[in-house]
Write a protein that binds this ligand. Structure first.
Ligand code: FAD
Length: 501
């Protein structure tokens, strides 16, 4: 007999993860006969209250829901993001951009970076930022939509958003409720499980109400109420590789520049973020509590704001890592309930989104097939490990030697995949990307070169152009990009003109 489809889905938690899941499930599956989604959240508990910077993949999520970009920009007070500016990461006084999109032009059938490496070997030491339209437009405070299928460098522009996370959750909630999601206010006080199988059968609220379901999505944040607490799925602790375990966050008035870039400034025991939104700046200091006290971290943040604080500092603690299985029995965890890798590359909301996409494609029936669950967990594990390696790169490949924290990071024993990537780039300028991993070759180039990793050689084909022609081609690419940036509107003008502000 064919197992019955799952039609009764219960989501625990109404932060960004909960409402992203609710909106997507209702939109994609809501028309199936009898399909229902119930979301339980507790206003008294509240949400984590941070999570404002994203990566370009979010455009795919918004489009899937049919969201109008300008309505979204207005409602969430969003700005555009063309990448992340890393200040003082290599050494104090140095900065570089990890831009979205790619660099320069591939030539003679090989990757652009080999020509850039050759250029520096023959005397042109222009940083790689100059070959990225996103980096240059970002630094100039400019923005426009990409122009696909043109010869302009704008053809390759990729962008994301910086938004008010609470507003984004509300925006999604309205859409989810319009698509039939039922929201229940209340605190979950007990998770009911089948005595033999351990399968979750229902959640009991402080009101005494029990909500039963077939599939439970745990979006309860760091508490991980269902996956971590009820099903006791262990946590893989990666804090040896990523020692930051604390953060303090505070919004402030909008001062300083309003570039379409998230800024990350290295600090003695971590780093500080600055995220420009339309109406304020989001700021936070991520640090290792073994290397700095909360008081000092808070003082350092407050002393380095570009405006006046708008709220009391929000103190947060976390451990880098993830649950060993994001899907166990009939519970799938998304967001912080599944794991957390610090926000250095703005990947958490993306992990929610990719978890939702994976769940939709492997959506179970009531037999909860082991093959689907295993695939979900395998892909999720790989995604976390790939991101971890990319994050560790930022800390490890630094010349900073000015604090205990940086000395620890520089002497870390690297995960094997990262060690191989670094060795290959150092020796031959080659970058390899495994399993369609999230960060592209261009991202690896941005951070490896930005963090001072210098290749010893380049692809022999890059040596086929003579020196003069190599230098001329590099100069031409830079000029075309600089000229294009000059013509772009500022991000403020763009938003006003298009009705997004
Ligand atoms: P939460 O926001 O914590 O939501 C949990 C929900 O569960 C809440 O609704 C809560 O009320 C509910 N809940 C919990 N317990 C119960 C209970 N017993 N009964 C009923 N309801 C309950 N991500 C990015 O992509 N970009 C960033 O720039 C970024 N910056 C970050 C900075 C920091 C310092 C941190 C810690 C995280 C950051 N993140 C970022 C991650 C991002 O904030 C989260 O991934 C995202 O907000 C999703 O959170 P969540 O919905 O999983 O959890």
């Amino acid at each position: 007999m064919t197992p019955a489809p799952v039609t009764n889905v219960v989501i625990v938690g109404g932060g960004t993860a909960g409402w992203m899941a609710a909106a997507a499930l209702a939109h994609v599956m809501g028309k199936l006969p009898g399909f229902s989604v119930t979301l339980v959240e507790s206003e008294a508990i509240g949400t984590v209250g941070v999570g404002e910077a994203t990566i370009p993949q979010i455009i795919g999520y918004n489009r899937m829901l049919g969201i109008d970009e300008m309505e979204f920009m207005r409602e969430t007070r969003a700005t555009y993001k063309l990448g992340i500016e890393f200040v003082d990461w290599l050494r104090p006084g140095h900065s570089y951009v990890h831009p979205f999109g790619s660099y320069g032009l591939d030539m003679l059938g090989i990757d652009f970076q080999h020509f850039w490496i050759r250029g520096s070997a023959i005397g042109d030491e222009t940083p790689v930022d100059a070959y990225s339209i996103a980096a240059m437009a970002g630094k100039a405070g400019k923005f426009d939509w990409p122009r696909p299928n043109t010869k302009s460098p704008m053809a390759k522009l990729a962008y994301a958003f910086q938004f008010d996370a609470a507003r984004y959750a509300r925006f999604l909630r309205a859409r989810a409720e319009a698509d039939g999601v039922t929201r229940v206010e209340g605190r979950v006080v007990e998770v009911e499980q089948n005595g033999e199988s351990g399968v979750v059968t229902g959640i009991k609220l402080d009101s005494g109400q029990t909500i039963e379901g077939e599939l439970f999505i745990d979006c309860s944040g760091f508490r991980s109420l269902l996956l971590g607490q009820a099903l006791e799925v262990p946590f893989k602790d990666w804090s040896d590789w990523l020692p930051c375990d604390s953060a303090v966050a505070v919004p402030c008035t909008l001062g300083g520049k309003h570039e379409p870039l998230t800024r990350s400034t290295a600090r003695p025991a971590g780093w500080q973020w600055r995220i420009p939104l339309q109406h304020r700046l989001g700021n936070g200091h991520v640090f290792s509590s073994q290397h700095m006290s909360r008081e000092d971290a808070t003082d350092l943040l407050l002393a380095n704001l570009d405006g006046q604080p708008l709220a009391d500092p929000n103190q947060l603690s976390f451990t880098a890592g993830h649950r060993a299985r994001a899907w166990e029995k009939n519970v799938v965890a998304l967001g912080l309930a599944a794991g957390f890798l610090e926000p250095l590359e703005s990947t958490s909301i993306h992990l929610v989104q990719s978890g939702i996409a994976r769940l939709l494609s492997l959506f179970p029936d009531t037999s909860f097939g082991a093959t689907e669950i295993a695939r979900f967990n395998e892909e999720t594990d790989r995604e976390y490990a790939d991101i971890r390696d990319f994050l560790v790169l930022h800390y490890n490949a630094s010349e900073r030697d000015d604090s205990e924290f940086w000395r620890y990071c520089r002497n870390l024993e690297l995960p094997e995949g990262l060690r191989e990537k670094l060795e290959m780039f150092r020796s031959s300028g080659r970058i390899f990307r495994e399993n369609n991993e999230l960060f592209t070759e261009a991202s690896w180039l941005a951070v490896m070169s930005g963090q001072g990793v210098h290749p010893e050689r380049y692809h022999p084909v890059a040596g086929l152009l003579d020196e003069a022609e190599t230098l001329e081609r590099l100069r031409h690419i830079r000029e075309v990009i600089a000229h294009t940036v000059e013509q772009l509107p500022t991000q403020d003008a763009f938003l006003q003109q298009r009705g997004g502000a």
